[in-house]
Design a protein around this ligand. Sequence first.
Ligand code: AGP
Length: 612
Amino acid sequence: MCGIVGYIGKRNNAADIVVNGLKRLEYRGYDSAGVAAIQDGGMHVLKRAGKVNDTEELLRSTPLTSGLAIGHTRWATHGNPTDLNAHPHSDNLNEIALVHNGIVENYQVIKAKLLKEGYTLRSETDTEVLTVFIRSLYDKLGGDLVEATRLALTEVRGAFGIALISTLEPDKIIVARRGSPLLVGIGDGEFIVASDAAAVIQHTRQVIFLEDNEMAIVSHTGYKTKTIDNRTINSRIHQIEYDLESIEKGGYDHFMLKEIYEQPSTFRDAFRGRLLEDEGRVRLGGLSRVAEKLRNAPRIIFTACGTSFHAALVGEYMIEQLARIPVEVEYASEFRYRNPVLREDDVIFAISQSGETADTLAAIREAKLKGASALGIVNVVGSTIARETEAGVFIHAGPEIGVASTKAFTSQLCVLSLLALYLGRMRDLSRKEGIEIVKAIQKIPDQIESILAQAETIREIAQLYKDSPNFIYLGRGYNYPVALEGALKLKEISYIHAEGYPAAEMKHGPLALIDEHMPVVFIATQDELYEKVLSNIEVVRARRGRVIAIANEDDDRITELADHVITIPNTLPHLTPVLSVLPLQLLAYYIAVLRDCNVDMPRNLAKSVTVE
Ligand code: AGP
């Protein structure tokens, strides 16, 4: 995620302090960085696509003497990672500089208003729009930067954490938050603002945390806090107790666990601004230029690897059910070499968290060579696959640091459910059906929370089976790809051999593996195949297999059949994988921890496989 750092105080190397603070935030993943400082009444902005070191190089070549500076590490959500799109952004006269975490959902509307008023915009970012919007209000008010900022934020829709400084009022930093953390560190004759305590604790452990819709005005001598609707507040001062390493992991023991627990918010970020509830449809701006190709596509092809391949399998079921378009799912490594039969009106989606997977990149290049339209469902903005596809949908999951993919998977499923609805409403799906789907999607984040609350139950099950040499995962329909994903999660971080199968496949061979030493994980949610899955469980039990079942909360039959039951809330069949995968992520995590494995960096694996 993006990082914010700001300094105001007695020292005159504010820019250096800010850059060092940004280095503390590098673990969060980013693709560009920058710093702005006020020196001799002028605004100086140094920013670059690339690493914080690149910004530091710039600072070394143009040293700044200043007691006031802000800085940013950017994880691109709008606009590719370029020098121009990097933060800080400034207004047309370079008198206001602003850094921003989050997404301004209504930035296009604000942008149109600013352009009509004669303001100019240079970058592709929503952040620059916000900066110039604040300037326009400052101009209208004839001054008062704090009030201009407050008024601008009352009009903004979406999430933000911002810090801004200005030569117009060079005695303060203004910070504000809605949905993206911001804190103010209280030093001795100085203040450090940041999006993350990691950037602050080397200076002070006394901080105030802004709550949503709050802002702070920080000067050399003190600070004032108030709500964005202009009510003064007294923010409590906290003492930061934890150390740097635990801060980077957000207090979690591993990045993987942190990312598992981020899923309520990352799933929400994947659909934020894209649901049109009243019309029962979605808005996918990244596909607008290929809408007619998608309307007329005779089939959709997905190509991917690993976890993204499993997401693609779920997407196949979703689109064929909701849009009745034939879908094929291809391992990228196979697709790229088997001279696939493609036609000009074929549409192929590459699904990739990193956007750099060599096989997936090669697969879409091969498809483009044969005239197909190549689109992307990617997490990393500006990645090679994002740039080489003609359109696509970003999943907005933020940087995924754990090698084992978790939040990216559920965000891919979210985007795939939006794509299926998008395609379905172009065809036979009714407005009423669409509204039901939209409502179900909106409930998912809270439902994810309810499953994560069962972590202790899952950890106890992990304790019982952590020494099993093998696991089998079984599911049917939408839950078949989840069985594959659950097996992959376990094997890649705990090094236990695990296989996923369609549950009905057991009788075609794998049943021979079942005995009292074999734990079998069944995903047994109450869909149209539920009775069949119960029969499969009976078959396994008859051979003394140990059964761990993922079942719906209101299922009162499964407890008679399974040794252990982990429950998930009910949702629409095509959204069930988002929920049924969560217990499997936690099961794999806890088994790996109990086996003292390196959860975030498992042996032999890389986060992004950029070679064949
Ligand atoms: C999943 O946990 C693995 N890290 C791996 O299978 C991964 O999904 C695969 O390498 C594809 O990566 P991508 O999504 O970045 O293309």
